[in-house]
Design a binder for this molecule. Structure first.
Ligand code: BES
Ligand code: ZN
Length: 569
């Protein structure tokens, strides 16, 4: 059976339980080449179907070295090419010699001009289904693997970081890692560059190119407190170290929860620690996502909805309810934008989806994050916090190191808190489009104030200011100029604030919005900012939007490029 619509992995065939690989990183050819070994949970025979995308297969043998018959199918648009191997009786695993293609969807190769160090940089981004463009394997999150040995041979002056445990450098330039905890393939992650670190605590450091290392150490100084707060809520941190890697600006996401090593956009370095909720989010994934993983993308809300909920609980524990309510309000605003985007595709506004035949990068939105958050908050409200926190602990224990679907979540909910799911009308939340009428409403006195004043007082926090800006409807030129004069919004380091302000300027028809928009999309490759800014810029002046994108497209990550391309069409 093939239970995952985005993978050829078949549950009737041998299941991979551990892998080892040895790869040579070639910045000239933009390829990785070398060898991977897949070892099975139990010896097996017959067909074995692996996922690949753009891989060139050079040789394929058993672990003992006997040549095996295989067939690489014609590539399918979303899934890639199935690699079918014919396993003789009692096969314990396979060894594959292969190379990636320069266009591998999981990789971005940056030239010296695209980094602050003037050195080249390579990084992977495998979620949701790009691991197959780097490794031939069963690329479904239900197939969890450990990594016995991962070897990267790189240019000697660069260093590899992998989301794994570092075992040392061998010879002139081979970095060796291992990952003893079983992880879904989308969490395989590495970066190669001119990287240096700053210690944050006994179990935590930040990595970055030298020019940003100090700023990063300042921004993330509170990481250890976050880990402590999260452990108090969700149980012990199971991954030993928690490091953060600050990526080059083209990183297409805010953050990525790669185990032991969160990847994060440099746009969170606002200089005032106002965007560290991104770190709280990626850290929370150590429990919700990495310890307990969605079985397929149809249950993606189990990863992201739980993580947004956990992120706000961490913030509440550290900073208080006022602040976590501000974040919930910002989330509600973003949710309304996503609902509008999917007005003609309501099926994508369910929590439990059917993404067969759909490219998950195209379906990606904040919806499973924020609708999932509201659903869990609703359950908490009805159960009461003490009982609900008991459920969270039971959830973390019951499913640790497992990949689960929504039905398994509901099963545990019924056993632990009988009657709650009926009371909350859980199935309406899960299987119906849109947002139920009884959804929780983020509320606080501060929120009311921020939304009703024309000009907030000069001492508001960056998060409060964002709440205010998001609530501004049909701004006048005068109000925008006063906001800019008071808060320096058009030159603000925080792109969270600056891009929101630019959207207001463009909507108000102010000419300086165009220049502001161009600056935002030049400074970052983060899709959260590119999408709305290009969209609004195109509404204002299509030709400028097109020209700007043509200038910048080569600097963007392939996924981001496709997204902007799609909205300028
Ligand atoms: N796991 C996601 C990023 C992701 C999701 C990459 C799906 C590829 C496919 C990560 O944890 C995330 O949600 N990042 C957010 C952070 C925000 C919610 C604080 C982002 O990138 O904006
Ligand atoms: Zn997330």
């Amino acid at each position: 059976m093939r239970p995952d619509p985005h993978s050829y992995a078949d549950t009737g065939q041998p299941q991979t339980s551990s892998i080892s690989f040895d790869l040579h990183v070639d910045f000239e050819l933009k390829t990785l080449s070398g060898e991977i070994e897949l070892r099975f949970r139990e010896p097996g025979s017959g067909p074995l179907d692996l996922d690949t995308n753009g891989l060139r297969i050079a040789a394929l043998t058993s672990l003992a070295g006997a040549a095996l018959k295989f067939e690489l199918a014609r590539p399918e648009p979303i899934l890639g090419a199935r690699l079918r191997i014919d396993l003789p009786a009692q096969t314990r695993g396979v060894r594959i010699r292969y190379a990636t293609s320069p266009g591998a969807s999981a990789l971005q190769w940056l030239g010296p001009a695209q980094t602050s160090s003037g050195q080249p940089f390579l990084f992977s981004q495998c979620q949701p289904i790009h691991a197959r463009s780097v490794f031939p394997l069963q690329d479904s999150p239900r197939v969890r693997v450990t990594v016995d040995s991962a070897r990267f041979t790189v240019p000697p002056r660069l260093r590899t970081l992998m989301a794994a445990s570092f075992r040392g450098r061998q010879g002139p330039a081979t970095d060796v890692f291992a990952m003893p905890q079983p992880i879904p393939p989308y969490l395989l992650a590495f970066a190669v560059g001119d990287l240096t670190s700053r210690e944050l605590s006994r179990r935590s450091a930040v990595w970055a190119e030298p020019a940003v290392a100090d700023a990063a150490a300042f921004e993330f100084a509170g990481v250890e407190q976050m880990i402590v707060a999260a452990e108090k809520l969700f149980g012990p941190y199971e991954w030993e170290r928690y490091d953060v890697l600050v990526m080059p600006p083209s990183f297409p996401f805010g953050g990525m929860e790669n185990p032991r090593l969160t990847f994060v956009t440099p746009s969170v370095l606002a200089g005032d620690r106002s965007l560290v909720n991104v770190i709280a989010h990626e850290l929370a994934h150590a429990w919700t996502g990495n310890l307990i993983t969605n079985a397929s993308l149809n249950d993606f809300w189990l990863n992201e909805g739980f993580t947004v909920y956990a992120e706000r609980r961490i913030l509440e524990a550290l900073e208080g309810r006022e602040l976590s309510e501000l974040h919930a309000a910002i989330g509600r605003h973003d949710l309304d934008v996503a609902l509008e985007r999917f007005r003609t595709r309501p099926e994508l506004t369910r929590l439990r989806t059917d993404l067969a035949g759909i490219d998950p990068d195209e379906a990606y939105s904040t919806l499973p994050y924020e609708k999932g958050y509201l659903f869990l908050r609703r359950l908490e409200e009805l159960a009461g916090r003490a009982a609900w926190d008991g459920f969270l602990r039971a959830y973390m224990t019951a499913f640790r190191f497992q990949s689960i679907d929504t039905a398994q979540f509901l099963g545990l909910l019924d056993r632990e808190l009988p009657g709650l799911s009926q009371k909350a009308r859980a199935l309406e939340w899960i299987d119906q489009p849109g947002i139920p009428a009884d959804a929780p409403q983020p509320r606080s006195r501060r929120l009311e104030e921020l939304r009703s004043v024309e000009l907030p007082p000069a001492d508001v926090s960056p998060t409060e200011l964002l709440v205010h800006l998001q609530a501004v409807r049909s701004p006048t030129e005068r109000v925008l100029r006063e906001l800019d004069a008071r808060f320096g919004l058009s030159s603000r380091k925080s792109l969270e604030l600056r891009h929101t302000f630019v959207l207001l300027q463009l909507r108000a028809g102010l000419a300086e919005g165009i220049d502001g928009a161009r600056r935002v999309v030049r400074e970052t490759g983060r899709m959260k900012y590119l999408r709305p800014v290009y969209q609004e810029l195109a509404k204002t002046d299509r030709a400028v939007a097109r020209r700007t994108f043509d200038e910048l497209r080569e600097s963007y990550h392939p996924i981001a490029r496709a997204v902007v391309e799609g909205l300028l069409k």
